[in-house]
Design a protein around this ligand. Sequence first.
Ligand code: PLP
Length: 418
Amino acid sequence: MHDFQVKKNTLCCERTSLAEIARAVGTPAFVYSKHTLLDHFTKLRQAFAEINPLICYSMKANSNLALCRLLVNAGAGLDIVSGGELYRAKKIKADSQKIVYASVGKTAEEIEAAIRAGILFFNVESLSELALINAISGRCGKRQRVALRINPDVSAHTHDYISTAKRENKFGIDIETAREVFIHCNRNLPHVQLCCIHVHIGSQIEQAAPFKAALKKAVALIIELNRRGAGITHLNIGGGLGIIYRKERPQTADEYARAIIPIIKKAKVSLILEPGRFIVGNAGVLLTKILYLKDTPVKRFIIVDAAMNDLLRPSLYGAYHEIIPVEKTAGAMKKADVVGPVCESGDFLAKDRGLPAFLKENDVLAVMGAGAYGFSMSSNYNSRRRAVEVLVDDRRYQIVRKREQYRDLVRNEITGKL
Ligand SMILES: *Cc1c(COP(=O)(O)O)cnc(C)c1O
C-alpha cells in the first residue's frame, strides 16, 4: 500500500496535492512519501521480528540523503556499492557497523576508505578481491570482517539484466570454489575474518521459490562449513523483493518471511537483509508536464518534459510504470505513446498506453512507482538538468535536492587550449 491516492479528483501524496507541488517546484520532479518509505521498512522489520535481522537499505535504489537519513534514524543499516555511497553514508553519520559493501569491482582506494571507516562486512565477489582486502586490511592494522558472495546457480525468473545468480552472471563465487576459499582463507589470509555467506539472486522477484532454492543451498553450505570449524556467524540474503508496478502479485513481506525463516533458522547464524526496491519503489512518483500532443496518421504521441535521462527503466528494461493525470476527470480513453524530448527512439515512458482522450498541453502526469532506480539512474544526457526531488510529510513538503542549473552541467569542464 502506498500514500498516493486520488482525493476529490486530485492525486495527492499523503495530504498534499501533487498539482500544487508541480506548480511550486516545476517539472520534471520526483516526489517521495515519507510515510510510505518508513511504512515499508517497518513492514519488513515486523515480518522478520522473531529473528531480529539487520536490515541494510540498498542505497543504490535511491541514495538521496534525506531518504537515507529517515531510514537510518528508523534503525536501518546501509548496503553500499561504491566509494560514493560510502561518502553519502558518512554524510548522514550512519553507523559504520551497520554498513555492508557489495560490488564486483571495488578499487583499492574504495576498499581502504571502507576499512578505515570501520564497515561491518565487505561482500567479496572474487579471490583476487579477497587477497587485496587482506593486504589493505593488514596495512591498516586491522582484521576486516568479510562475507563471501556465492553464486547459487538458480534462476530468479526476472528480467535478464537484473538476474544475478546464474552461473553465467558476473556475480559471486560458485559453491564448490567457495568451500575451498573458506579453507584457504582461514589458513593464509590473517587480516580478514571470513564469517558470512552472502547471496543476492536478482531484483523484482515476485515468488518465494527462487529465494528458497538459493537459501537452501546457502544454509547447507554454512552447516557443512561450520561443522568443519569455519566459524560462520552471519547469513546475508540480499534484496530482490518484487513490488507492484502493474498487475504483479508479489509475495508480501510476511509471506516472504514465513517462507524463508524456517530455512534460515537451521543455519543458527545472524541474518542480514538488503532490500532496496521494496522499501522505496512505491514511495516515489515522477511528475511531468505535457509539452505537446502530436497526432500522426498511425498514433498519438504525448510529448512530456521528462525523458529517459530522468527515468531510464522503460528504455532499459521495457519496464511498465502506471501513468495518472494529477487532476483527474473520468472520460474516454485513447491509446498513446508517452515520450520525452531526448533524441532517441528508445526514449519513452510508456507505449500504446490507454490514457484519457481529454488530456491537453500543460497537464501534469504522475509516473507511478518511480522511487527506486529512478533518480539514482538518471543522467545529464542531452545536457538535460537532473530533476528536483521533493519529500512530503502529510501536508508539508520540502525540496531535498534542487533542480540542477545549467552551470552545474559544465562545472568540471575545461574549455582548453589544445
Ligand atoms: C541491488 C542490490 C540489492 C537491492 O536489490 P533490490 O531488488 O532493490 O531489493 C541488494 N543487494 C545487492 C548485492 C544488490 O546488488
